[in-house]
Design a protein around this ligand. Sequence first.
Ligand code: FUB
Length: 429
Amino acid sequence: MLSSLLTIAATFGVLALADNPFVQTIFTADPAPVVYNGRVYAFLDHDNNGATYYDMTDWHLFSTADMANWQDHGTILSLKDFSWAKANAWAPQIIPRNGKFYFYVPVTASSGADAIGVAVSSSITGPYKDALGKPLVSNSEIDPTVFIDDDGQAYLYYGNPDLYYVKLNTDMISYSQGPTKISLPSGAGFQEAPWVYKRNGTYYVAYAGTCCSENIRYMTGKSPTGPFTYKGVIMPTQGKSFTNHEAIIDFNGHSYFFYHNGALPGGSGYQRSACVEEFKYNSDGTIPTIQMTTAGVNQIGTLNPYVRQEAETAAWSQSVRTETCREGGMDVTSIQSGSYIKVRGVAFGTTGAKSLSVRVAGTGSGSIAIHLGSTGGTLAGTCSVSSSGGSQTWKDVTCSITNAKGTQDLYFVFSGSGYNFDYWQFTSA
Ligand code: FUB
């Protein structure tokens, strides 16, 4: 399915102006963003290519500093990391505490029952390891969301079609009370996908309602365990996926609503894609209605082209994939003539750039054309790529650059094939 998606996109140039969905190389769902150290880390689950029912075996991580250009960190955790799990790597949530990162996942255990596991790492980018070797909670429910209140008490909520919570101990991998079922207000229509947070003293529970097809709703309360008052629909039913799954964060003074749909070519309820919209709370703290867009969100700041940037950092990529790079991190692969990577808001400055260095590897050949503004915009230079002798035998290629001044959207437009792309850096004039 993904190859047909890539072919369709390459042939017709569809979605070329869009920045939603914010991942184009794989199908992703159930976004769980974490704000940490000046970046947003979006943990995503993954609809395997071509799936016609839930076929989900791992979780992926993407991150951004500017909400426009997302870096691919690859597979961050897999079903096989939980010896007791057999299927359904579904909607996760991750939270930092005490210098560690706790990664809660719903999976189907070998017993056949749905359960929630927890993995832990000392780095947000992993590696994560199963903390318990067994489920943390096992009452046939899914979709964990975790929240730490101002008094330090952590709560793990989860459920479909009922909403439960346990009070986590400070170790975040055990609990002292629960599971307790939360009494829901009339009209709530809770289905799944809870996301709990606190803002200005009010506890918000956003969730997916009225399966199928789902919309996104919310309720609020004055205590983390209710009672809650139903507040209405945030995102009406739309898109090509019968599920939706939200997450809400603030980052650098902006509020963001994450969700998923089936917006990539080949998209469906089992070939989903994570998206994000910016919104503003109403003055009374209520959340406005939010519609799905393909435009995405405004960039915060700009991207510096005079430091090393990863090739797998993109606002949009077309007809490429990513893979684990032998030199660390990820690289861009499956390059073919006509495929491209768009990087938004690149600040070349008033004097501009004079050269570009790209790190490439492969036995194929071709060229990387540097266009500004669009794939057919001003040609700033072309780096020729010849064989390096191996798909992970890396070399630097440098080419001259002209006309790259000011702040521009940068497009790496590929020709040829059989080579991979790891990172790039411009030199100023
Ligand atoms: O992605 C698998 C399941 O679909 C999630 O756990 C639910 O929230 C729904 O999005």
